[in-house]
Design a binder for this molecule. Structure first.
Ligand code: BTN
Length: 258
Protein backbone atom coordinates (compact mmCIF):
# COMPACT_ATOMS: atom_id res chain seq x y z
CA UNK A 1 0.00 0.00 0.00
CA UNK A 2 1.31 3.51 -0.87
CA UNK A 3 2.61 5.53 2.11
CA UNK A 4 0.23 8.04 3.65
CA UNK A 5 1.07 11.67 3.00
CA UNK A 6 0.50 13.81 6.05
CA UNK A 7 -0.71 17.37 5.60
CA UNK A 8 -0.67 18.12 9.33
CA UNK A 9 -4.40 18.86 9.42
CA UNK A 10 -4.93 17.16 12.77
CA UNK A 11 -3.12 18.26 15.92
CA UNK A 12 -3.70 16.77 19.34
CA UNK A 13 -4.37 20.21 20.87
CA UNK A 14 -7.45 20.41 18.67
CA UNK A 15 -8.99 17.14 19.86
CA UNK A 16 -12.06 17.35 22.08
CA UNK A 17 -13.09 14.16 23.87
CA UNK A 18 -16.41 13.81 25.69
CA UNK A 19 -17.94 10.94 27.60
CA UNK A 20 -21.38 12.04 26.44
CA UNK A 21 -22.74 14.57 23.94
CA UNK A 22 -26.02 15.21 22.16
CA UNK A 23 -24.19 14.80 18.85
CA UNK A 24 -20.55 15.25 17.90
CA UNK A 25 -21.74 17.06 14.76
CA UNK A 26 -23.66 19.53 16.92
CA UNK A 27 -20.68 20.10 19.19
CA UNK A 28 -18.31 20.49 16.23
CA UNK A 29 -20.72 23.05 14.71
CA UNK A 30 -20.81 24.97 18.01
CA UNK A 31 -17.00 25.02 18.08
CA UNK A 32 -16.83 26.02 14.40
CA UNK A 33 -19.18 28.94 15.06
CA UNK A 34 -16.83 30.04 17.83
CA UNK A 35 -13.98 30.01 15.32
CA UNK A 36 -12.46 26.53 15.74
CA UNK A 37 -9.60 25.79 13.38
CA UNK A 38 -9.90 23.29 10.53
CA UNK A 39 -8.80 19.91 11.79
CA UNK A 40 -10.66 20.31 15.08
CA UNK A 41 -11.91 16.86 16.06
CA UNK A 42 -14.81 16.05 18.38
CA UNK A 43 -15.20 12.50 19.74
CA UNK A 44 -17.78 11.15 22.16
CA UNK A 45 -18.13 7.80 23.88
CA UNK A 46 -21.91 8.14 23.79
CA UNK A 47 -24.40 10.33 21.91
CA UNK A 48 -27.89 11.03 23.20
CA UNK A 49 -29.02 12.55 19.89
CA UNK A 50 -26.79 10.95 17.27
CA UNK A 51 -28.09 11.90 13.83
CA UNK A 52 -27.90 10.30 10.42
CA UNK A 53 -28.89 11.54 6.99
CA UNK A 54 -32.47 12.55 6.26
CA UNK A 55 -33.09 13.25 9.96
CA UNK A 56 -32.72 9.58 10.92
CA UNK A 57 -31.37 8.74 14.38
CA UNK A 58 -27.91 7.13 14.66
CA UNK A 59 -27.68 4.40 17.27
CA UNK A 60 -24.94 5.63 19.67
CA UNK A 61 -24.63 3.43 22.77
CA UNK A 62 -21.73 4.09 25.12
CA UNK A 63 -18.53 2.10 25.27
CA UNK A 64 -18.83 0.38 21.88
CA UNK A 65 -18.39 2.49 18.78
CA UNK A 66 -16.67 5.56 17.33
CA UNK A 67 -18.60 8.83 16.99
CA UNK A 68 -16.35 11.46 15.55
CA UNK A 69 -16.77 14.83 13.80
CA UNK A 70 -14.21 16.95 12.04
CA UNK A 71 -14.32 20.70 11.34
CA UNK A 72 -13.13 21.64 7.85
CA UNK A 73 -12.94 25.00 6.10
CA UNK A 74 -12.30 23.99 2.49
CA UNK A 75 -11.76 26.58 -0.23
CA UNK A 76 -14.37 25.03 -2.53
CA UNK A 77 -17.77 26.25 -3.69
CA UNK A 78 -20.70 25.06 -1.53
CA UNK A 79 -21.99 22.85 -4.36
CA UNK A 80 -18.81 20.73 -4.14
CA UNK A 81 -19.08 20.08 -0.40
CA UNK A 82 -20.85 16.74 -0.96
CA UNK A 83 -17.58 15.50 -2.46
CA UNK A 84 -16.16 15.58 1.06
CA UNK A 85 -18.61 12.81 1.97
CA UNK A 86 -17.13 10.61 -0.76
CA UNK A 87 -13.56 11.51 0.19
CA UNK A 88 -14.31 10.73 3.84
CA UNK A 89 -15.87 7.41 2.83
CA UNK A 90 -12.71 6.60 0.89
CA UNK A 91 -10.61 7.36 3.99
CA UNK A 92 -12.79 5.16 6.20
CA UNK A 93 -12.72 2.36 3.60
CA UNK A 94 -8.90 2.49 3.55
CA UNK A 95 -8.86 2.49 7.35
CA UNK A 96 -10.89 -0.71 7.43
CA UNK A 97 -8.97 -2.40 4.60
CA UNK A 98 -5.73 -1.41 6.33
CA UNK A 99 -6.63 -3.29 9.52
CA UNK A 100 -7.52 -6.44 7.63
CA UNK A 101 -11.26 -6.08 7.05
CA UNK A 102 -12.17 -7.83 3.81
CA UNK A 103 -14.65 -6.82 1.12
CA UNK A 104 -15.24 -3.26 2.30
CA UNK A 105 -17.91 -1.65 0.13
CA UNK A 106 -18.81 2.02 -0.17
CA UNK A 107 -22.44 2.60 -1.06
CA UNK A 108 -22.94 5.97 -2.72
CA UNK A 109 -22.87 8.45 -1.20
CA UNK A 110 -22.19 7.83 2.47
CA UNK A 111 -22.51 4.26 3.67
CA UNK A 112 -19.83 1.66 4.33
CA UNK A 113 -21.01 -1.90 4.11
CA UNK A 114 -19.64 -5.30 5.05
CA UNK A 115 -21.51 -8.19 3.44
CA UNK A 116 -24.39 -5.84 2.67
CA UNK A 117 -24.71 -4.57 6.25
CA UNK A 118 -23.91 -1.05 7.36
CA UNK A 119 -20.73 -0.69 9.41
CA UNK A 120 -20.30 3.09 9.10
CA UNK A 121 -22.15 6.20 7.97
CA UNK A 122 -21.10 9.75 7.22
CA UNK A 123 -23.12 12.91 7.81
CA UNK A 124 -21.72 16.03 6.13
CA UNK A 125 -23.25 19.35 7.18
CA UNK A 126 -22.17 22.89 6.40
CA UNK A 127 -22.76 26.54 6.98
CA UNK A 128 -22.32 28.89 4.06
CA UNK A 129 -22.35 32.54 3.10
CA UNK A 130 -24.08 33.23 -0.23
CA UNK A 131 -21.02 32.14 -2.20
CA UNK A 132 -18.55 30.50 0.16
CA UNK A 133 -18.35 27.84 2.81
CA UNK A 134 -17.87 29.02 6.40
CA UNK A 135 -17.33 25.50 7.65
CA UNK A 136 -18.12 21.89 6.91
CA UNK A 137 -18.65 19.29 9.61
CA UNK A 138 -17.95 15.70 8.59
CA UNK A 139 -19.44 13.30 11.13
CA UNK A 140 -18.44 9.66 11.05
CA UNK A 141 -20.17 6.90 12.94
CA UNK A 142 -18.26 3.61 12.89
CA UNK A 143 -19.70 0.48 14.47
CA UNK A 144 -16.68 -1.01 16.20
CA UNK A 145 -17.33 -3.42 19.05
CA UNK A 146 -20.21 -5.52 20.26
CA UNK A 147 -22.44 -7.56 18.06
CA UNK A 148 -25.81 -7.65 16.32
CA UNK A 149 -27.76 -7.86 19.57
CA UNK A 150 -26.30 -4.55 20.77
CA UNK A 151 -28.24 -2.73 18.03
CA UNK A 152 -31.89 -1.74 18.38
CA UNK A 153 -34.09 -4.52 17.04
CA UNK A 154 -34.98 -2.73 13.81
CA UNK A 155 -31.28 -2.51 12.84
CA UNK A 156 -30.21 -6.06 13.72
CA UNK A 157 -30.44 -7.44 10.19
CA UNK A 158 -29.07 -4.23 8.61
CA UNK A 159 -26.07 -3.23 10.73
CA UNK A 160 -22.82 -4.90 11.66
CA UNK A 161 -19.63 -4.21 13.63
CA UNK A 162 -15.93 -4.51 12.91
CA UNK A 163 -15.62 -6.90 15.84
CA UNK A 164 -18.10 -9.24 14.18
CA UNK A 165 -16.07 -9.21 11.00
CA UNK A 166 -12.61 -9.49 12.59
CA UNK A 167 -13.72 -11.72 15.48
CA UNK A 168 -11.88 -9.57 18.00
CA UNK A 169 -12.52 -6.50 20.11
CA UNK A 170 -10.78 -3.37 18.82
CA UNK A 171 -9.13 -0.54 20.74
CA UNK A 172 -11.08 2.57 19.75
CA UNK A 173 -8.32 5.18 20.31
CA UNK A 174 -6.00 3.07 18.13
CA UNK A 175 -8.66 2.88 15.44
CA UNK A 176 -9.38 6.61 15.71
CA UNK A 177 -5.68 7.40 15.17
CA UNK A 178 -5.65 5.19 12.06
CA UNK A 179 -8.79 6.85 10.73
CA UNK A 180 -7.48 10.39 11.31
CA UNK A 181 -4.26 9.49 9.46
CA UNK A 182 -6.32 8.33 6.48
CA UNK A 183 -8.60 11.39 6.61
CA UNK A 184 -5.53 13.63 6.71
CA UNK A 185 -4.07 11.88 3.66
CA UNK A 186 -7.25 11.93 1.55
CA UNK A 187 -8.31 15.47 2.50
CA UNK A 188 -4.80 16.56 1.55
CA UNK A 189 -5.12 14.91 -1.85
CA UNK A 190 -8.59 16.40 -2.35
CA UNK A 191 -7.22 19.83 -1.46
CA UNK A 192 -4.35 19.53 -3.94
CA UNK A 193 -5.96 17.56 -6.78
CA UNK A 194 -9.72 18.07 -6.47
CA UNK A 195 -12.17 15.18 -6.61
CA UNK A 196 -11.51 14.12 -10.24
CA UNK A 197 -8.50 11.82 -9.71
CA UNK A 198 -9.98 10.39 -6.51
CA UNK A 199 -13.02 9.06 -8.36
CA UNK A 200 -11.13 5.97 -9.57
CA UNK A 201 -9.87 5.30 -6.05
CA UNK A 202 -13.42 5.59 -4.74
CA UNK A 203 -14.77 3.24 -7.44
CA UNK A 204 -12.38 0.53 -6.26
CA UNK A 205 -14.63 0.17 -3.18
CA UNK A 206 -17.95 0.52 -5.02
CA UNK A 207 -20.02 -2.22 -6.62
CA UNK A 208 -22.55 0.04 -8.28
CA UNK A 209 -21.34 0.49 -11.82
CA UNK A 210 -23.14 -1.59 -14.40
CA UNK A 211 -25.66 -2.71 -11.80
CA UNK A 212 -29.44 -2.23 -11.80
CA UNK A 213 -30.26 0.31 -9.08
CA UNK A 214 -33.17 2.02 -7.40
CA UNK A 215 -32.73 5.77 -6.95
CA UNK A 216 -34.68 7.77 -4.36
CA UNK A 217 -34.26 11.52 -4.69
CA UNK A 218 -36.19 14.23 -2.85
CA UNK A 219 -38.65 14.82 -5.70
CA UNK A 220 -38.24 11.71 -7.82
CA UNK A 221 -37.58 8.00 -7.64
CA UNK A 222 -36.83 5.56 -10.41
CA UNK A 223 -34.94 2.42 -11.38
CA UNK A 224 -32.11 2.23 -13.87
CA UNK A 225 -28.56 1.15 -14.43
CA UNK A 226 -25.61 2.87 -12.69
CA UNK A 227 -23.25 3.94 -15.46
CA UNK A 228 -20.51 6.14 -14.04
CA UNK A 229 -19.29 8.43 -11.30
CA UNK A 230 -18.58 11.83 -12.84
CA UNK A 231 -15.62 14.05 -12.00
CA UNK A 232 -17.75 15.90 -9.43
CA UNK A 233 -18.77 12.75 -7.57
CA UNK A 234 -22.33 12.56 -8.95
CA UNK A 235 -23.72 9.25 -10.10
CA UNK A 236 -24.92 8.87 -13.68
CA UNK A 237 -27.86 6.50 -13.99
CA UNK A 238 -29.60 5.41 -17.20
CA UNK A 239 -33.34 4.99 -16.69
CA UNK A 240 -35.31 2.19 -18.33
CA UNK A 241 -36.56 4.73 -20.95
CA UNK A 242 -32.94 5.51 -21.92
CA UNK A 243 -32.83 8.92 -20.23
CA UNK A 244 -29.58 9.71 -18.43
CA UNK A 245 -29.97 11.21 -14.94
CA UNK A 246 -27.21 12.81 -12.89
CA UNK A 247 -27.87 11.98 -9.25
CA UNK A 248 -26.49 14.77 -7.06
CA UNK A 249 -28.13 13.72 -3.80
CA UNK A 250 -30.31 10.81 -2.77
CA UNK A 251 -30.28 7.14 -1.86
CA UNK A 252 -29.08 4.59 -4.38
CA UNK A 253 -29.56 0.90 -3.72
CA UNK A 254 -28.57 -2.06 -5.89
CA UNK A 255 -31.74 -3.83 -6.90
CA UNK A 256 -32.23 -7.04 -5.03
CA UNK A 257 -30.87 -5.45 -1.81
CA UNK A 258 -32.81 -3.95 1.06
C1 BTN B 1 -25.86 8.10 8.03
O1 BTN B 1 -25.45 7.02 7.62
O2 BTN B 1 -27.04 8.43 7.91
C2 BTN B 1 -24.87 9.03 8.68
C3 BTN B 1 -24.58 8.67 10.08
C4 BTN B 1 -23.59 9.60 10.74
C5 BTN B 1 -23.43 9.33 12.23
C6 BTN B 1 -22.33 10.12 12.84
S1 BTN B 1 -21.93 9.59 14.47
C7 BTN B 1 -20.88 10.97 14.66
C8 BTN B 1 -21.61 12.14 14.06
N1 BTN B 1 -22.54 12.71 15.00
C9 BTN B 1 -23.81 12.57 14.62
O3 BTN B 1 -24.80 12.97 15.26
N2 BTN B 1 -23.86 11.95 13.44
C10 BTN B 1 -22.54 11.62 12.95
Amino acid sequence: MAPLLTSGLFRSDRYHFFSVLDSTNQQAARLAQEGAEPGTVVVADHQTGGRGRLGRPWSSPKGLHLYCSVVLRPAIPPRDAAQLTLVSGLAVAHTLAGIGVEDVEIKWPNDLLLKGRKVAGILTEMRTDPTRIQYVIVGIGLNVNGTETDFPEELRDKATTLADSLRTTLDRPWLLAKMLAQLDHWYGRFDREGFGPLGQEWLAFSRLLGQPVRVNMAADHFSGQALALDTEGCLLVRRANGMLTRVVAGDVTRLGEG
